[in-house]
Design a protein around this ligand. Structure first.
Ligand SMILES: Cc1cc2nc3c(=O)[nH]c(=O)nc-3n(C[C@H](O)[C@H](O)[C@H](O)COP(=O)(O)OP(=O)(O)OC[C@H]3O[C@@H](n4cnc5c(N)ncnc54)[C@H](O)[C@@H]3O)c2cc1C
Length: 462
């Protein structure tokens, strides 16, 4: 079978791109290894509101969304000593992942895509360094059928599996080897609180309904407790790999066993995934990757959905241009890299420095930073959690001046200032990402980026 575009993976990234391309009148095949009804995950997701306007996507019915918090409180060890952010200002929706994924898939199906469920894609087909299709196996009851599809462009949207990216030739320059520090284990679960134990829950956990408490730095990641007004407790646990870091799932199980007022697990789940900046290049001849497969994730929070929607919007336009001009070369598809990397990619890469820096701090160091109170709501939230970067030199001087009154924190203060400077450098480097494909210019850009990032990986620092 011949298609304009073959999209592999019907997660959020693959489904939205298929919908966009089908709306443009292209012939699209969407392949997914799972059965249709199993697509999507059992966890909740937070998604930036403004992304919907950008990609002209209707917001799901607000009454079908889980309750969102009024405030976030960030703390390190003491829930009474926090930095507070008004969650209503933060413009975030809470969705059920599976429902949202199924909705996007439904939209793509309505637009007339060919959908192949239970279809495990195994192999990228290349001819003269040009991707031209895929091979896989479809399972139906006891039968396994091998298949092959041709596409002018093939899209890898297989999530962290990166099934096709891993098979791209060296000439595509996709270095997909994430480091140990780039993996995180995350688990989200919603528990019912016994109806007569609401006050006990508040007292024992020292929390108030309507507020999401985010503990920063626990197991070099974070933990969230959000007691909803509907008497449920939303729990998020995460950890980076390390001898003394329990998996996110184990943390959740231990937590639930500790508090008898948590009487029923309503839903939840999790897994290990990569949380670093995007791949340096996400396109090749006849090939594009998208979503978690391209590491399009907010590195400080592990959120990947808004970036996948944003990138699909760009990819849709670039792919349409390529097909309409009958040019599927890397030169033509490079525009996808340029448009993503110079804007959202730049911001997320600069956050990645902050993520690596914070991950490298000991819990004690994070605790003393919070204890000293030199982080203010404005500078902490723009560095760690917001979706807008407002770094400026004045902010660095303000930070420096606060260290003077905390002599014991000067060494760590110097490191923070260095991390902010490096993060700004990365922002600028990405804003100057090569506009057109030129191998030498790209490799020079990549070397500059790597020189800064390597300082933040313990096994490579000098
Ligand atoms: C506990 C937890 C909480 C999270 N919370 C948030 C949040 O609050 N906000 C947020 O934005 N993000 C969150 N994320 C991350 C978010 O879930 C991902 O970024 C998002 O689902 C990525 O979508 P995707 O389409 O790129 O990949 P996926 O959703 O992983 O989709 C990939 C699809 O490809 C299919 N596939 C894989 N291999 C093959 C193959 N060989 N052949 C055919 N099909 C294949 C898979 O079955 C899957 O359906 C969270 C993650 C976890 C673990």
């Amino acid at each position: 079978m011949n298609y304009d575009v073959v999209v592999v993976g019907a997660g959020i990234a693959g489904s939205i791109l298929s919908k966009i391309l089908a709306e443009g009148g292209f012939k699209v095949a969407l392949l997914e290894k799972k059965k249709k009804s199993h697509i999507g995950y059992p966890w909740e997701i937070t998604v930036e509101k403004r992304i919907f306007e950008r990609i002209c996507l209707k917001v799901p019915d607000i009454h079908q969304m889980p309750e969102s918090p009024d405030f976030y409180r960030f703390y390190s060890h003491n829930r009474n000593d926090y930095l507070e952010m008004n969650a209503q200002d933060d413009s975030i929706y809470y969705f059920f992942h599976k429902k949202f994924n199924q909705r996007l898939l439904g939209m793509a199906l309505k637009r007339g895509i060919d959908f192949y469920e239970n279809s495990h894609v195994k192999e990228l087909i290349l001819k003269d360094n040009q991707v031209c299709g895929i091979r896989g196996e479809q399972k139906n009851l006891l039968l396994t059928r091998k298949f092959k599809l041709n596409g002018k462009i093939v899209v890898d949207a297989t999530g962290s599996d990166q099934v096709l990216c891993k098979q791209t030739p060296d000439e595509f320059l996709m270095q997909i080897n994430a480091r140990k520090e780039d993996w995180v284990s995350a688990w989200q679960e919603v528990q019912l609180v016994a109806s007569d134990k609401a006050k006990e829950c508040e007292k024992e956990l020292n929390i108030l309904p309507g507020i999401a408490y985010v503990q920063v730095g626990k197991y070099h990641a974070f933990q969230v407790l959000f007691y909803r007004k509907n008497n449920t407790l939303n729990l998020v646990f995460s950890s980076t790999p390390g001898k003394h870091n329990p998996s996110a799932r184990k943390q959740c199980m231990d937590f639930v066993h500790t508090y008898p007022f948590l009487v029923k697990r309503l839903y939840g789940g999790g897994r290990k995934f990569i949380i670093r900046r995007s791949l340096d290049t996400m396109a090749g001849n006849g090939f594009i990757c998208l979503g978690d497969a391209a590491h399009q994730i907010v590195p400080t929070t592990g959120s990947g959905v808004a970036s996948a929607l944003y990138a699909a919007d760009i990819a849709g336009r670039v792919i349409a241009g390529a097909i309409n001009s009958d040019d599927f070369s890397i030169e033509k598809l490079w525009e996808y890299n340029y448009n993503y990397q110079t804007k959202r990619g730049a911001i997320l890469a600069s956050y990645d420095i902050i993520r690596l820096f914070m991950q490298g701090l000991t819990y004690q160091e994070i605790k003393s930073i919070f204890d000293s109170h030199f982080l203010k709501e404005s500078n902490f939230i723009t560095l760690y959690s917001a979706n807008k970067i407002v770094y400026n030199i004045q902010q660095i001087f303000e930070l420096l001046s606060t260290f003077i009154s905390h002599m014991e924190l000067i060494p760590i203060g110097v490191q923070i200032v260095q991390a902010i400077r490096d993060s700004q450098r990365i922002l600028r480097l990405y804003q100057n990402y090569p506009r057109i494909y030129n191998k030498e210019r790209f490799l020079a850009w990549q070397e500059n980026v790597n020189n800064i990032f390597l300082r933040y990986y313990p096994d490579t620092s000098e």
